[in-house]
Design a protein around this ligand. Structure first.
Ligand code: ADP
Length: 612
């Protein structure tokens, strides 16, 4: 909670005194310190004020800095020398604002006579009301009092270390030290179950030994220590650097500038934040606001802050640290160190992943399309098989007529033999054997036709190629006879088996044979030669070539042979070769057509052989 209240009456100055140099000229701000240059808290605070003012101001700002150095030169004489020095140095100089950093028991404003900077407005920043300058400028004073957040710090202690039952408070004896201790005492009244031990009467020199033997369950809270009981002066951050690493228990602090000394942390006054707020107030005054009418801000809320290394030392889990606390000195993670690189790499990876996913999706789509085409081709294969069988039907009917006629004639002959008084039974047995043979012949023809007419998907079985070729030639033989084509089958004695679908392979062969016979329709009878040749290749494949002595393939048609619906025939469908190609490729083979060196064409296809 931030309390804002006017706690001091301030003298109003004359507003017209604000009329400084024109806005194109830099604003001149004097930073006036009670201490020397070496007080860590003030160094941090000054930097924060400068940085924020330069960042937020449209004007260029010229900073001037003066240090009273009261810790080292505390006598009245030094103060007068300082006053004299300031008076001479700045006489005739224009100043737009004084930012005062009073501290300890040196109230700059009270000590320096009004006459020094009578026309210049003042903004101060103090940790204690005691430090507030009562008068420095006729024109007016405003500022920020940022008190130590004692309740917040005690709350943080209990959050991080709930087993704490004793707090040793180390404090000093100066006026400001006593004021801080007074506030701690006030805060402890509200807390039950915790014992508070105020170490204010121990000389600073004895403290390092004393903090080494504190029992567990105890913590040290360092209040303000400007001066010890012997009157020796101390800088709190230096004292904390001596005590915190040596102490047998965790040390807590109230100022952000003491963090890093080995202390665990506290709800501290954060110099960066306080500096930024002071700068904002200073800019408001530089912009024309009247300090006399601007209330002094009194804030009591600190910033919870912890030192990661100290948490580790005392085994305090990170999960105990409140969510709003700032963690200092945590080693940088890989992420902290290479955030940009990691982000770039991640985006590259993401882009890659998206591209790969896209390509995979495309490939899947293509595969689906390919599978669909194969399905459709298989359907068409059936249709063309039926049509091929249609072409063969009349020839096959003729082939069927032969055994059927023979059966009839043999049956009639048998009847005649039976009419005899003493039928020759041996003769009748021979006739019946002939009938059985003819019947099987007719049955085989029908079986072959039926298996070709069945709708079926691709099978993968061992296929005896020799038998398949012979069967197919038999099937085509009647048609060849009718067309006066001389069919020749040339196969080596040893032909390896192939893996595949018998019916589909037969379909390819029949298609090539019928195409070859079609191409020889206009050839003289003695040239109508169609040869089917099978041989094993060097790379363990079987090659089957169907060659004819027909028209051959015109050069310009060559590249269209395997395209669907390409035909040069009046009743052609143009699907025979594309379907043959689909079937052969599905078997892992290849098919191609070319012209023979003499005349006519030759179509070859290969099939991988099964290892014997
Ligand atoms: P279709 O026989 O219905 O025309 P195909 O796909 O089997 O369909 O054949 C396509 C075309 O290829 C044929 O129309 C023909 O022009 C050509 N062709 C096929 N085989 C031969 C061959 N042995 N000699 C000459 N041309 C051929």
């Amino acid at each position: 909670m931030t309390l804002v209240a006017t706690v001091f009456g301030v003298r109003d100055g004359a507003a017209q005194n604000m009329a400084g140099p024109s806005s194109s000229q830099p604003k001149r701000v004097l930073m006036l310190f009670s201490e020397g240059k070496d007080v860590p808290g003030n160094i941090m605070l000054e930097q924060a004020v400068r940085a924020e003012m330069q960042k937020a101001s449209t004007n260029r700002i010229e900073f001037l800095t003066e240090y009273l150095d009261a810790s080292h030169f505390s006598d009245e004489g030094h103060l007068r020398v300082f006053e004299d020095y300031l008076g001479k140095k700045y006489s005739g100089q224009h100043l737009d604002l004084i930012v005062a950093f009073p501290s300890r028991d040196y109230l700059l404003a009270g000590a320096l006579p009004d006459a020094l900077f009578p026309e210049v407005p003042v903004v101060f920043v103090a940790i204690n009301e005691l430090e507030v300058p009562l008068a420095i400028s006729k024109f007016g004073v405003t500022g920020i009092v940022q008190r130590y957040d004692i309740r917040g710090t005690l709350g943080l202690i209990m959050h991080l270390q709930p087993d704490t039952h004793r707090v040793v408070v180390i404090g000093g004896t100066s006026e400001s030290d006593r004021a801080a201790l007074g506030r701690i005492e006030e805060a402890t009244r509200a807390l039950e179950g915790i014992e508070f031990d105020f170490w204010t009467n121990r000389p600073g020199s004895e403290l390092p030994a004393a903090v080494k033997t504190l029992p567990t369950g105890t913590v040290i809270l360092m209040s303000s220590v400007q001066r010890d009981v012997t009157g020796q002066r101390f800088f709190l951050s230096q004292l904390a650097q001596t005590l915190a690493p040596a102490a047998s228990v965790p040390v807590y602090v109230l100022g952000g500038w003491v963090l890093g000394s080995g202390a665990v942390g506290g709800a501290v006054i954060a110099p960066e934040d306080l500096g930024a707020r002071t700068a904002q107030l200073a800019l408001r005054i530089l912009g024309g606001a009247s300090p006399g009418k601007t209330p002094i801000e009194v804030a009591t809320k600190g910033t919870p802050m912890v030192d990661w290394r100290a948490l580790q030392r005392w085994g305090i889990k990170g999960s105990r640290v409140p969510a709003d606390a700032i963690i200092r000195y945590r080693p940088e993670t890989l992420w902290d160190q290479h955030k940009d690189l990691i982000l770039i790499s991640l985006s590259v990876l993401l882009a890659q992943a998206i591209t790969i996913a896209g390509l995979l999706a495309q490939r899947q789509q293509r595969r689906r399309a390919e599978a669909e085409i194969l399905n459709q081709r298989m359907e068409l294969a059936h249709v063309t098989r039926v049509s091929t069988m249609g072409q063969l039907a009349s020839a096959l009917a003729h082939e069927l007529n032969q055994p059927l006629g023979a059966i009839l004639r043999n049956a009639e002959a048998a009847e005649l033999f039976l009419q005899k008084e003493k039928p020759d039974l041996d003769e009748i047995r021979a006739i019946l054997a002939d009938i059985r043979k003819d019947d099987q012949r007719a049955g085989n023809v029908i079986d072959r036709m039926r298996s070709l007419l069945k709708r079926r998907s691709l099978e993968s079985k061992s296929v005896d190629l020799g038998e398949l070729l012979a069967d197919t030639i038999t099937l085509a033989q009647s048609d060849a006879n009718a067309r006066r084509v001389n069919l020749t089958l040339l196969i080596p004695s040893q032909l390896p088996a192939v893996r595949g679908d018998r019916v589909h392979l037969q379909q390819v062969l029949l298609n090539l044979i019928l195409n070859g016979m079609d191409a020889m329709t206009d050839s003289p009878e003695e040239e109508r030669l169609l040869t089917v040749r099978a041989e094993t290749t060097k790379d363990k494949k079987v090659e089957i070539a169907v060659s004819d002595c027909g028209t051959g393939i015109p050069a310009d048609k060559m590249k269209h042979l395997f395209e669907p619906f390409f035909t040069t025939k009046a009743n052609g469908m143009g699907m025979g070769l594309p379907i043959s190609q689909t079937i052969i490729e599905a078997h892992g083979g290849e098919i191609r057509g070319e012209n023979s060196p003499g005349h006519g064409a030759v179509f070859r296809f290969t099939l991988p052989a099964i290892d014997p």
